[in-house]
Design a protein around this ligand. Sequence first.
Ligand code: AMP
Length: 219
Amino acid sequence: MYVVFLGAPGAGKGTQAGVVAEKLKLAHVATGDLFRAALKQGTPLGLEAKKFMEKGTLVPDEITIKMVMERLAAPDIKNGVILDGFPRNTEQAKALDAALPKTGKKIDKVVYIKVSEPELIKRLAGRWICRDCQTPYHEIDNPSKVKGKCDKCGGQLYQRADDTVETVKNRLKVFFAETAPLIEYYTKTGKLVEVNGEGTVDSITKSIIKALGDKPTQK
Ligand code: AMP
């Protein structure tokens, strides 16, 4: 199953994509994580992406699309994937629609995780992420058991450089201008399912799995 998770920054795409991917045995590909990993390694891709990420604007399509297509060719994608943070505009969606049929694949469902704007700002301001496994936490809504440490792997938690008030505002602006048109794009294809992204992590996971029309594989 090929699934796209759509939602504003702070909607919980990363958290939910991680949990749902594990339950349904799908790969989880997050473009933001790929860019941050490239930046950590100091690769040319990472350094180029940094200029845009710092401002909260989108990395150019040419670079992003190439990176995603290479990632989708990896063997771990064969059972399916949750795309988290891609596509982010109509150009990227069209590129994906053009490329997937060449490998006998197609997007099956698009999950739009809807969260109100004031809630998004509140969430992003309190967000902490594991440096090692990228699991996100929230200092009030979803804190780690031990302050500053990841529950899953014991890694150190950090706040993203682009979770500052100014950059957050810009990222939300970019979402409403460039990514929100994808809601209509995928509604027209009949693939969009909308899920209320406000509630507990567990209840939202259940809504997403129900919306995907699939039973989770028992662990
Ligand atoms: P995220 O972790 O999804 O919030 O992404 C962090 C930043 O990475 C974004 O603000 C963009 O600068 C960049 N980015 C992530 N995904 C994409 C994409 N599909 N297209 C362009 N830029 C992206």
